[in-house]
Design a protein around this ligand. Structure first.
Ligand code: PLP
Length: 440
């Protein structure tokens, strides 16, 4: 595979852009010498500047349930862009999307739109503090809620010795430039560890404004919650007067129409969405009961934004929801079927490969491969101790050469879109078999 045009672009890019890319996870830290520069997407395919074709399983980190350039999205956005890009005024389309969301999501009585998952998380945290008058927030190890200071602790894999005792995890800030004060009120707890959570809530629960969790640990690959764990977290948070905040930035409109709240029978106080909601456009949503959401009214708890409720993003969201929900949510069933088929095929290939012990974990349309001697990876601590991330990166680079696009970062995951086909699954399975043969 020739990637000389990408290499040339990268040489230009590093002269004028930090790491040659717009976000660290797209650059050489993840992709090796230089990343492929992508030019075009269609369905489940991506094409780079050298003309190479890839089956895309990264899908803009999950932002594309309909795949690239879906004809309906192209039609609607083409029509609407001719009517203007952004007004920063009240819009008919925002009412329509909010109505769709409140009809679909049992916990959601009111909606507020933002642009990114990070912003939505910031607003949720401020809202919970405003409503409860409490300062502390409880988050889980290995969970990422965006790059906001208060939650940018214990989001990266670390050496196991650095993690501390599970009843008192060492808090590790993941960036320079964070003041200690910015995360002083953040309590960190191991996930999927009910005893540790109960202890932490005994100690801090009465001062906690919220407990925030991902529904699936999706920023350490794919780690599903243990049966009943999230319901217990919800119950204990409520009993202490803290809001139960489910961050569905990854899982919303992805693992099921109603996200993890539907999949695991939860009724969170507040939920944020992003990624899949905008079908590639930047839009996030904050949803909750009237009582909770009205905390934002008249700026009691302030949330502003020039680009909130961007009209093109909301037309994309409306179109995505209509397409995915039609025929009794057939789009979401297709996403899950394809994801499970792909994960099942990978599982069989890995089971027949003795040279590289590995396992695949999945939740409906999300899956990730772990090179590990363990049968399953159940926690952040497992991930830090038992997963060979370097081998995964080398493996994914071999897949790239075979026209399969996944993120080389083992902390991310692969995803299906409705445009994937059984043939894509066959081609991907063949490439995975070949790559495992070549892997050292
Ligand atoms: C669970 C979760 N929350 C929040 C975010 C932040 O979203 P954004 O990148 O749109 O700011 C992410 C991004 O990966 C995420 O995975």
């Amino acid at each position: 595979m020739r990637t000389t045009e990408s290499e040339k672009l990268y040489r230009r890019a590093v002269e004028v852009m930090v790491e040659g890319v717009g976000s660290a996870s797209r650059g050489p830290a993840t992709f090796g010498d230089y990343p492929q520069y992508m030019r075009r997407g269609e369905g489940a395919r991506l094409y780079d500047v050298d003309g190479n074709e890839y089956i895309d399983w990264m899908l803009a980190f999950g932002a594309l349930p309909l795949g690239h350039a879906h004809p309906k999205i192209v039609e609607v956005i083409g029509r609407e862009i001719a009517n203007g890009t952004h007004f920063a005024t009240a819009l008919e389309v925002e009412v329509e999307v909010a109505e769709l969301l409140t009809k679909l999501l049992p916990h959601a009585e009111k909606v507020r739109f933002a642009n990114t998952g990070t912003e939505a998380a910031m607003a949720c945290i401020r809202l919970a503090r405003g409503l409860t008058g409490r300062r502390k927030i409880v988050k889980f190890e290995g969970h990422y809620h965006g790059w906001y200071d208060a939650v940018l602790v214990n989001t990266n894999p670390q050496l196991p010795a650095a993690l501390g005792h599970r009843f008192d995890p060492v808090r590790i800030a993941d960036s320079s430039g964070l003041t200690v004060e910015s995360w002083r009120d953040t309590v960190v707890v191991p996930w999927n560890d009910l005893e540790a959570f109960e202890r932490a809530m005994d100690a801090h629960g009465r001062d906690a404004a919220l407990v925030v969790t991902e529904g699936v640990m999706a920023n350490m690959g794919v780690i599903p919650p243990k049966p009943g764990f999230l319901k217990k977290v919800q119950e204990i948070a409520r009993a202490q007067g803290a809001l139960f905040y489910l961050d569905e930035t990854v899982t919303g409109f992805r693992v099921a129409a109603g996200g993890c709240a539907e999949l695991y029978g939860l009724k969170p106080d507040i939920v944020s969405y992003g990624k899949a909601l905008g079908q590639g456009f930047p839009v996030a949503a904050i949803t909750g009961s009237k009582a909770v959401m009205e905390g934002f009214e008249w700026g009691k708890v302030l949330h502003y934004g020039t680009h909130n409720s961007g009209r093109l993003a909301l037309y994309a969201a409306k179109t995505m929801l209509e397409e995915m929900l039609k025929d009794d949510k057939a789009g979401f069933r297709r996403l899950a079927d394809l994801g499970q088929k792909m994960a099942g095929r990978i599982g069989k290939i890995l089971a027949g490969n003795n040279r590289h012990p590995a396992t695949v974990q999945s939740v409906t349309s999300m899956f990730q491969i772990f090179f590990t001697e363990k049968e399953s990876i159940d926690s952040y601590r497992d991930f830090c101790s038992h997963v060979d991330r370097r081998k995964f990166r080398d493996f994914v680079r071999l897949l790239h050469r075979r026209g399969i696009f996944m993120s080389p970062s083992n902390t991310l995951h692969s995803l299906s879109c409705v445009a994937h086909t059984d043939r894509d699954i066959d081609l991907t399975a063949d490439a995975i078999g070949d790559a495992l043969e070549e892997l050292r």
